[in-house]
Design a protein around this ligand. Structure first.
Ligand SMILES: Cc1ncc(COP(=O)(O)O)c(C=O)c1O
Length: 379
């Protein structure tokens, strides 16, 4: 049978997580916490299931949750989207990204992706009939050259995808990046998809520069968020998109036949939790920065070097003082020898440069991070 995605295999996350399980290794590969969701949130889910909120939720998401999200965004970014016409609850950020790309990319459109890029973007573009245009970012700083981006734009460019904080390279965009992007877009018809699932994990006093903080970009794009990340609940698969009404209308046209609607009791529970614990999101930065700092402090005696993660719950470690293997070989070896699973970065490139870094997830209990660091120090 002819494949629509002939070059796409199983994601590196699934591959490494399965291997970590087989080997009994510490899994710092896939990005999920090994601690639980807040107890109050679990109680709220149980409450709403018992209260019978078990039938289809509205296609666009339950009003209570959309209203709480609007208030949350107002508190975070000083902009209050309209809950009815601009916010759509999706099946994790993954569905938000997929539905947005399917809605916004037309056959023949080019879509600019900055490599390394999260692995769901390119397949969605291809299924939409678009062509991914991969712009490689160079280690160690992985900076975007906006002048080069401007030169790449043509009337074929339909969409630019950005991701801040970034998975896998743990960088963040600044206000000046957003201004440069807005300037690029002024002479183009392209829209922007901004993947901001790690919005509350921005470290060392920096603030999250998402498109909702930039009125011009907010008008020509969609921002995607995930309660999987902010509620430590990656298994619940609840996320949302925020976009102006005319873009939202198109996203919902796809969403209604993609997933139709998202688990009702989870939506009611998250809405109540946001209302009852409004300070939750603001605690995440410190919570994760402490984990980053603990992990790095325990690696001080190791032969790795690093630039501290600026955002997300990932840390790249440079292994070039230990080995001149490729990142895939090195990740494989430390899984076998140290029993610590990591993620190589080269699978996130179409044409990878030589990379001497692998990615570790620090959304883990302190004891897990300490044990992993001790094993990594022995390399
Ligand atoms: C950059 C990025 N975007 C999107 C997602 C998907 O989020 P969700 O689990 O809500 O589908 C992830 C998850 O790891 C991610 O790292």
């Amino acid at each position: 049978m002819k494949s629509k995605l002939p070059h796409i295999g199983t994601t590196i996350f699934t591959v490494m997580t399965n291997r970590a399980r087989e080997m009994g290794a510490i899994n710092l590969a896939q990005g999920f916490p090994d601690f639980d969701v807040p107890g109050k949130l679990k109680d709220l889910v149980a409450y709403h299931v018992a209260a019978g909120r078990n039938q289809y939720a509205p296609m666009i998401g339950v009003p209570e949750l959309r209203e709480q999200i609007a208030l949350k965004l107002m508190a975070s970014y000083g902009q209050m989207p309209d809950a009815e016409s601009e916010i759509t609850i999706t099946l994790g950020a993954t569905e938000g990204i997929f539905s947005a790309i399917l809605a916004l990319v037309h056959p023949g459109d080019e879509v600019i992706l900055f490599d390394p890029s999260y692995d769901s973007y390119a397949p969605a573009v291809i299924l939409a009939g678009g062509t991914p245009v991969h712009v490689p970012l160079e280690p160690p700083r992985f900076k975007i050259d906006w002048q080069a981006v401007k030169e790449l734009l043509s009337d074929k460019t339909g969409l630019i995808v950005i991701n801040t904080p970034h998975n896998p390279i743990a960088t963040v965009l600044s206000d000046s990046d957003l201004s440069a992007l807005a300037e690029c877009l002024r002479s183009s018809r392209a829209m922007v998809l901004s993947d901001e699932v790690y919005e509350h994990m921005v470290f060392d006093g920096a603030k999250h520069a998402g498109i909702l903080t930039h009125p011009e970009l907010a008008q020509r794009g969609v921002a995607v968020f995930s309660f999987g990340k902010t509620m430590h609940a990656t298994g619940w698969r609840v996320g949302y998109t925020v976009a102006p009404p005319e873009i939202t209308r198109e996203i919902r046209r796809v969403h209604q036949f993609n997933t139709f609607s998202i688990a009702a009791p989870l939506q009611y529970a998250i809405a109540d939790f946001l209302k009852q614990v409004p300070e939750h999101n603001a605690t995440l930065t410190q919570f994760y920065q402490q984990k980053r700092d603990l992990f790095l402090s325990r690696l001080r005696e190791s032969r790795f070097s690093w630039i501290p993660s600026s955002g997300s719950y990932f840390q790249l470690l440079d292994f070039t003082a230990i080995s001149d293997e490729s990142d895939i070989e090195f990740a494989d070896r430390i899984l076998t020898e140290a029993k610590v699973a990591s993620i190589p970065v080269s699978p996130f490139y179409r044409l990878p440069p030589k990379l001497g870094v692998v990615r570790f997830c620090f959304a883990k209990n302190d004891s897990t991070l300490e044990e992993a660091a001790e094993r990594l120090c022995a390399l």
